[in-house]
Design a binder for this molecule. Structure first.
Ligand code: HEM
Length: 134
């Protein structure tokens, strides 16, 4: 029997829209997204597909996040931590503890993986550091 979904598509849409609203008004992250996202409707739809894929297994997202992030200038552990802090602050407001726990854990793991990839691509000689180690 199929495991019951931990959230609905509506909850994912709410999460993504609330999260990127807080990203866009953030002093550190807002300008980065402002410089690289020209079409917000398209970005939000893509991110709803991404979170639907990872939380519900719908496989609607078929993109490649690693090269998109490796190409961004001057990413740092502090920026990833800030991204995660805003994400966790958003999932806390949803009133769905299972979704919150799973989304938070997945976001932290993907952030770590993107930070490893970023370092390997941009400073290939160095041993990639953990996100938390800064
Ligand atoms: C410092 C932290 C981060 C920054 C500054 C950042 C910034 C961005 C920007 C500017 C884009 C748009 C790129 C473009 O369209 O050219 C993007 C796309 C994306 N981001 Fe992030 N991001 C961060 C962390 C994360 C994390 C932790 C995740 C996942 C948990 C994530 C998932 C994605 C995905 C799936 C896309 C779409 C890639 C594609 O298929 O085009 N990002 N990000």
């Amino acid at each position: 029997m199929r495991t019951p979904d931990i959230c609905t598509e509506d909850e994912i849409r709410t999460l993504v829209h609330a999260f990127y609203a807080s990203i866009r008004s953030d002093a550190a992250l807002g300008p980065i997204f402002g410089a690289h996202v020209a079409d917000w409707d398209r970005h939000l739809a893509k991110m709803v597909d991404f979170w639907s894929s990872v939380l519900l297994g719908t496989a609607r997202y078929r993109g490649t996040p690693m090269p998109a992030h490796c190409a961004l200038p001057k990413l740092t552990p502090a920026l990833f931590q800030r991204w995660l802090a805003l994400f966790h602050a958003t999932t806390r407001t949803l009133g769905n503890a299972s979704m919150q726990a799973r989304a938070d854990e997945l976001a932290a793991r993907i952030a770590q993986s993107l930070w490893y990839g970023y370092q390997l691509f941009n400073v290939p000689g160095d041993m990639p550091a953990e996100l938390a180690a800064g």
